[in-house]
Design a protein around this ligand. Structure first.
Ligand code: HEM
Length: 516
C-alpha cells in the first residue's frame, strides 16, 4: 500500500523553488511535504529541514526516521511528483512482513511445514490484525506512561476470547467464540497457543506485555486445574475471563525465587479448622498491584501449599520499580494475618509443590514463545536498518562485519523457533500426565537456551544500531527495549542456571545403567 496523499502533482523544479525563509518543501519517496509550519515542531530541529529545503530528502530521511513517522505526520504531504510512483510500501494492519526472516518459516510463502493447518493460519491472521489494531497502540502508550492496561482493552480481549485462548488448550475454550470463529475451541492446540503468544509480542513493549494479563496466564491455570469446588472454580474463571476481576501468581519472595522450597510465608490453620491465617511477603509479583485474586504459595505445617487469596483486610500491594515499564505492575505484597477459608486450598495440603511445578511447564514454554518472537523482531528491525543506514558512504549491510552479526542473529532465531515447534508438537500429542516427566527438562533447556540467545542477539543488535539501540524513542526503539528487558526472561519463571540444571537432572533420571 502507498501512503494516502493528496492527488495534486508537482514537478521537481517547482519543489526546488520552495527553499525560502517562508516556504520549506522537500520530497520523500516522490511525496512532496510542506514543512513550513512544522519547523518549530520538528523533534530534529528547524536547521536540518532548512538544509534539505527544495531537494529530494528520501535517503537522508530514511537514514534518520522510521517509515511510520510519515504515516503519523501524513497531513504534511501536499501531493506527489508528476509521473513518479511511491516505491516504499506502507504495511496495512495485519500484513505479514516481506523482510526475509521477519516471519517464522511456516509463514513464509515458499516454505512448507507439517505442523500448521488452516485454522492456525486463520488464527494467525486474526491475531495479527487484533494486535496491530488494538494491542500495539495501547502498548506503546502504556509502556511510556507506565500506566496499567486499560479496562477497555481487557474488555475487547475478553469479547474475542483472547483471555481464554491465552490459558492454552482445554475445556475453558469450548463454546467460546474465538476471534470471530478463527478456530473452534475444541480444535485449539498448543500451536494455536504459540500463535497467540508470539503475535502479541510484536508490539515490542516488554513491560506492557507482562502488564497485559500475564498474571492471569500463570495464575488462573492453578484454579482451572486444582480448584476442588466446581462452583468456586466457575465463579472465579467467569470473573477473570470476562475481565471483571484480575488474578496473579504470588510465589516468589525476597527469601526465595527459583528455590521455591525456601518460601517463608506461613498459613496456620485456626483451631476450628475453618481458616488459614496467612502471614508473610511476596516480591516481584507481576500484576499484583491491580489484582483481585492472589494464587499464593505458603508454608503449611508439613510442606508447601497453594491458596487462593482474595484481596481484602490485611493485604497490602506496593509497586516495585524495575528496569522495565511500571506498566507490568510488578508488586511487593504483604499478608498480615489474612484470614483465608480452607475451601480456598488448591490441590492437596502440603503438596503444593506439585501445583507449582505443574504450572511451570506452560509458563516457561510461553516465555520461550515470546522471547523467540521478540528475537525475530530484532532481526527484522536490524535487517531493515542495515539496508537503510548509510555510513562511510556505504549501507551498513555492505559491511561484512555487519553481515556476520546478522548471520549469527538469524541462525539463533531460526534454530530456537524450530526447537520450539518440535516441543510444541510433543505437547499436542503427549498426555498431560507424561508431559511433566518427559517435557519438563526439554522445556527448561529451551527457555534457558532462548535467553542465552537473546543475550547474544541483544548484544549484536546494539552494536549494529549504535546510539539508537540505547535510545527509547525513534529508530532504535525496539532494540533499546529488547536490550533493556531480555533479562526478565532469563530470570522469571526459573533462572537460566536453575533451568539448565533441571534439564540435565531430568536426563540423568533416564540414563541407562548399562552404559558404563
Ligand atoms: C515529513 C517530514 C519529517 C517528519 C514528519 C519528521 C519527524 C521527525 C520525528 C518525529 C523525529 C523524532 C525521532 C523519531 O521519532 O524518529 C525526527 C527526528 C529527526 N529528524 Fe525529522 N522529520 C521529517 C523530515 C526530516 C528531514 C527531511 C530531515 C533531514 C535532515 C530530518 C532530520 C531529523 C533529525 C536529524 C532528527 C533527529 C534524529 C535523531 O535524534 O536520531 N527530518 N523527525
Amino acid at each position: 500500500m502507498s501512503l494516502p496523499v493528496p492527488s495534486k502533482t508537482f514537478t521537481r523544479d517547482e519543489v526546488a523553488k520552495h527553499n525560502t525563509e517562508d516556504s520549506v518543501w522537500f520530497i520523500v519517496d516522490t511525496v512532496v511535504y510542506d514543512a513550513s509550519d512544522f519547523l518549530d515542531a520538528h523533534p530534529g530541529g528547524e536547521a536540518v529541514l532548512r538544509q534539505v529545503a527544495g531537494t529530494d530528502a528520501t535517503s537522508i530521511f530514511y537514514n534518520l526516521h522510521r517509515h511510520e513517522v510519515l504515516q503519523k505526520y501524513n497531513d504534511l504531504a501536499i501531493g506527489t511528483i508528476a509521473g513518479e510512483k511511491q516505491s516504499i510500501i506502507t504495511p496495512k494492519l495485519g500484513d505479514l512482513s516481506t523482510v526475509p526472516y521477519a516471519e517464522p518459516l511456516w509463514l513464509t510463502p515458499q516454505f512448507k511445514s507439517p505442523y500448521f493447518k488452516d485454522s492456525h493460519r486463520k488464527l494467525q491472521r486474526a491475531m495479527r490484525e487484533f494486535t496491530d489494531e488494538h494491542i500495539t497502540p495501547e502498548a506503546l502508550e502504556k509502556e511510556r506512561s507506565g500506566e496499567y492496561v486499560s479496562q477497555e482493552l481487557i474488555d475487547k480481549m475478553s469479547k474475542v476470547g483472547l483471555l481464554h485462548m491465552r490459558m492454552g488448550p482445554g475445556k475453558h475454550l469450548y463454546g467460546v467464540d474465538l476471534l470471530n470463529g478463527a478456530v473452534d475451541g475444541k480444535e485449539f492446540d498448543y500451536f494455536h497457543d504459540m500463535i497467540c503468544s508470539q503475535e502479541q509480542v510484536r508490539a515490542a513493549c516488554r513491560g506492557f506485555q507482562d502488564g497485559n494479563m500475564a498474571g492471569m496466564v500463570i495464575g488462573l491455570t492453578c484454579i482451572l486445574n486444582y480448584c476442588k469446588d466446581p462452583v468456586m472454580k466457575k465463579r472465579i474463571s467467569d470473573e477473570v475471563f470476562s475481565g471483571q476481576k484480575k488474578i496473579c501468581l504470588a510465589i516468589t519472595e525476597a527469601f526465595a525465587g527459583s528455590d521455591v522450597a525456601g518460601l517463608r510465608t506461613t498459613a496456620v490453620k485456626t483451631p476450628d479448622g475453618k481458616h488459614y491465617i496467612v502471614n508473610g511477603t511476596k516480591k516481584w509479583i507481576t500484576n499484583g498491584v491491580f489484582s483481585d485474586y492472589f494464587v499464593t504459595g505458603v508454608k503449611t505445617d508439613k510442606g508447601l501449599s497453594v491458596l487462593l487469596i482474595e484481596r481484602g483486610e490485611g493485604i497490602e500491594t506496593k509497586p516495585i520499580k524495575t528496569s522495565y515499564s511500571p506498566a507490568a505492575g510488578t508488586t511487593y505484597i504483604t499478608f498480615d494475618n489474612v484470614k483465608v477459608p480452607v475451601e480456598n486450598l488448591l490441590g492437596e495440603e502440603n503438596k503444593g509443590i506439585y501445583v507449582i511445578l505443574s504450572n511451570f511447564n506452560h509458563e516457561r514454554w510461553t516465555m520461550a514463545c515470546a522471547t523467540i518472537r521478540y528475537m525475530r523482531l530484532v532481526v527484522e528491525e536490524s535487517l531493515k536498518w542495515a539496508h537503510q543506514r548509510l555510513v562511510f558512504n556505504k549501507r551498513l549491510i555492505d559491511q561484512p562485519v555487519i553481515r556476520q552479526k546478522l548471520a549469527k542473529m538469524i541462525a539463533l532465531c531460526e534454530s530456537h523457533q524450530s526447537w520450539l515447534e518440535t516441543i510444541t508438537y510433543q505437547m499436542c500429542y503427549m498426555p498431560y500426565s507424561e508431559q511433566a516427566k518427559h517435557l519438563g527438562g526439554p522445556i527448561a533447556l529451551l527457555k534457558m537456551s532462548c535467553t542465552r540467545a537473546a543475550h547474544e542477539i541483544a548484544d549484536e543488535a546494539v552494536q549494529i544500531w549504535g546510539g539508537r539501540g540505547l535510545t527509547q524513542t525513534g529508530m532504535g526503539r525496539v532494540i533499546e527495549n529488547f536490550n533493556r528487558t531480555y533479562k526478565f526472561d532469563a530470570i522469571l519463571g526459573g533462572a537460566e542456571e536453575v533451568l539448565g540444571d533441571l534439564g540435565v537432572r531430568q536426563a540423568m533420571k533416564y540414563m541407562p545403567k548399562s552404559v558404563l
